[in-house]
Design a protein around this ligand. Structure first.
Ligand SMILES: CC(C)(COP(=O)(O)OP(=O)(O)OC[C@H]1O[C@@H](n2cnc3c(N)ncnc32)[C@H](O)[C@@H]1OP(=O)(O)O)[C@@H](O)C(=O)NCCC(=O)NCCSC(=O)CCC(=O)c1ccccc1C(=O)O
Length: 260
């Protein structure tokens, strides 16, 4: 079998990459990231594909970030923190085709980062966006913070990271985090419509436009690469583990004891 954690299908020029771990709220482990990277590169350089859709299986979640059951100071894969996060984020940005996030449920933590990085985000009225980092003992030191501020503005990005609230699809559209919010049962048709419209456009012009948009924030890849080492040091602390343990033990984390 080519993939275990994702589904890959081309629908009339649109490559659909679907995280298929609904029992884990489509959170990702190392293998999931590797498979998404492989699928992105396959779709990105397949001449019959004009647009790429990133989705999550089932109704509950688009993606809820790193799989906390595979997280104990390190995740279970390769890379600085045990997940090839920088590579995954860069793959979304580097493929020369627009990537559309299809958000039908929770886009939380690292899942929120992924949809922030995607070129476009189309969500349903059941979508819920949000960050959980400081609530869970984690933080994205790269695109998830710095690029988010480019997308929604500095004040809103700081609110998202400092308070860890949840936002509806309509609120995501209002702050510029999503392009459009549609009724749940119309989501797939809407996503496919946008993808097919993109497929009719000049691939070279699209690739140049995407590279040009990316150029303005390319330095953030360097910040992310450096920040992952800081994140790894943080993951090795009791303070970070408090977040993971609290989720597992279904209790509120007590971070105050780590106040500096
Ligand atoms: C997603 C929730 C808000 C849903 O809440 P609720 O509806 O109340 O349902 P629950 O009962 O909480 O959850 C149901 C079920 O799903 C499991 N689950 C949910 N998310 C995860 C996950 N990420 N990993 C593993 N399992 C998960 C949950 O445990 C329940 O299982 P049961 O067996 O039924 O008990 C809520 O669940 C929630 O907030 N989940 C945690 C999300 C989370 O912590 N995500 C990742 C951590 S931090 C982060 O992502 C920010 C940092 C970041 O972006 C990053 C940057 C660089 C590298 C890596 C990361 C990274 O992603 O960690």
């Amino acid at each position: 079998m080519e993939y275990e954690d994702i589904l890959y299908e081309v629908r009339n020029g649109a490559a659909w990459i679907t995280i298929n771990r609904p029992e884990k709220m489509n959170s990702f482990r190392g293998q999931t990231c590797d498979e998404i990277i492989r699928a992105l590169n396959k779709a990105g350089y397949d001449r019959s594909v004009g647009a790429i859709v990133l989705a999550g299986a089932g109704d509950r979640a688009f993606c809820t970030g790193g799989d906390q059951s595979a997280h104990n100071g390190n995740y279970d894969g390769r890379g600085t923190i045990g997940l090839p996060m920088e590579e995954l984020h860069n793959a979304i940005r580097d493929v020369p085709k627009p990537v559309i996030a299809r958000v039908q449920g929770f886009a939380i933590g690292g899942g929120n980062v992924i949809c922030t990085i995607c070129d476009l985000t189309i969500c349903s009225d059941k979508a819920q966006f949000g960050q959980v980092g400081p609530k869970m003992g984690s933080v994205d030191p790269g695109y998830g913070t710095a690029f988010l501020a480019r997308v929604v503005g500095e004040k809103k990005a700081r609110e998202i990271w400092y308070l860890n609230r949840r936002y509806s699809g309509a609120e995501a559209v209002a702050m510029g985090l999503a392009n459009i919010c549609v009724p749940h049962d119309q989501l797939d048709a809407e996503v496919q419509k946008w993808a097919e419209e993109i497929c009719e456009r000049s691939p070279t012009a699209l690739a140049i436009a995407k590279r040009s948009f990316n150029a303005d924030t390319a330095h953030q890849a360097g910040i992310a690469g450096l920040g992952m080492y800081a994140l790894k040091l943080y993951y090795d602390t009791e303070e970070s583990r408090e977040g993971v343990n609290a989720l597992k033990e279904k209790r509120k984390p007590d971070f105050r004891k780590f106040a500096k």
